[in-house]
Design a protein around this ligand. Sequence first.
Ligand code: DSN
Length: 419
Amino acid sequence: MTQPFWGPDFTALAQEDPQIADILLAELDRQRGGLQLIASENFTSPAVLAALGSTLSNKYAEGYPGRRYYGGCVEVDKAEVIGMERAKDLFGAEHANLQPHSGASANIAAYGAFVKPGDTVLAMSLPHGGHLTHGSKVNFSGKWFDVVSYGVREDTELIDYDEVLALAKQHRPKLIICGATAYPRLIDFAAFRAIADEVGAILMVDAAHFIGLVAGKAIPSPVPYADVVCFTTHKVLRGPRGGMILCKEEHAKAIDKAVFPMMQGGPLMHAVAAKAVALKEAATPEYQRYAADVIANAQALAAGLADEGMRPVSGGTDTHLALIDLQGVGVTGAEAEERCDAAGITLNKNAIPYDPNPPAVASGIRVGTPCVTTQGMGVGEMKTVASLIGRAVRDEGDPQSVRDEVGELVAAFPAYPAD
Ligand code: DSN
C-alpha cells in the first residue's frame, strides 16, 4: 500500500494556514497541559484520528451500503458494513446504524421512528440529570412533544421507579426514555422495560454517557431490554465525535428511514470509518481493563472529594462520573469551574437535584475519569487530583501553585505521548 499523502503531520496545514495550525497545536498543548475531567470527553486514539482526517471526508454516500444515491461508494460501503458488524458483535445487537452525526441527531431519529408531534413522551428531567433532548422546553423535544418528566427522590437522589410507573400509568406515553448526563448510578433497565410493557410504550435508552462502560463489560447492558439504544461515540467509548443507534431487527427499517432521509442527508463517511476503528479497539481485553479502571478511578475521585468536604450526590458513583454538591464549602458551581480553570483543571459546573441556584450558576460540579484513565492514571493519582480540586475550589493560596502541580502530574502521564 502506498503511503497516503495526507500522513499525520502538520506541515501542509502549517504552510497553507498557519493561523488554524497554531490553534490545533495550542489545543493539543491545552489537552496535554491540564487535567481533563469533563465526564463526556476522552482522548481518542491516533488510529481514530487518522480515519477522521482521511479522504473519506470527500465522499457523498446518501443511503446505505449497496443502496446509495451516488456512484463510487464501493470503498465507503465496506467501511460502513465493517462498522455495523463490529457494533452488532460488540453489543449483541440485532441492528446498528452508524450514520447519526451526533447524540442529539441519534435521538431525533429515534423520536422520528416512534412518535409524532404532539405524542406523549416520559423522560428524565434535565435538572435531575437528564438531557436537553429529553424534553427541555428550549429543545425540539420539548417543543414538538408532550413531555412528562420524572426525577430522583430528594432523600436518596436515586431514580424513583415508583414515580416512573405512576407517571407512565397516568399519562400513557408512547415513548419512555431512560439515560442521563449527570446521574452517577446504574439504571435498572429491567425495571424500565417492565414499566414500558405495562403501558405499551417503546423503551429508548440514551446510553451516550455509559455505552463505553457497556462495551468494556464493566456495567450491565441496556441492549437486551431496550427497543432502541442511542448514544454518542466520543465519550468513554473513545471514538470520534458522533452518534450511533442500536435496535431490534423489527425496528431496523423505521430507524434507518428516520436517520436518512428523514433527519439527515449524506453521512460523514470519515466519521463512520473512525467509529468502526473505535469499535475494534473497544472489543479488546485492554479496553475492558480500561473501562473497569475508569469506574475505579471515578469512585476514588468521589471519595477523595468527599474527604475534601465536597459531597458526592447519592453518596458516590457506579460509573465514570461523580456529581459533587459544593454547598458544604460555600462555593457555587460557576465559581468552582472558573477557579479550577485558572488552575489548569477542566471540569463543568452542574445542577444538582433540587438545586436552589439557576443552571448558569449551579450548586455543583461534574467530574469524570475517561481522560485521566486513558492517560494511565490510577486510584493513587485520584487522591492527588481530589486534593488539587479541593485547593482550587476553596481558592486557597495562589492558583499558579496548583497549576504547577497539575503540570507535574500530567507530565508524568502524557496524553498523546510523543513516542
Ligand atoms: N454535552 C454532553 C455532556 O457533557 O454530557 C451531553 O450531550
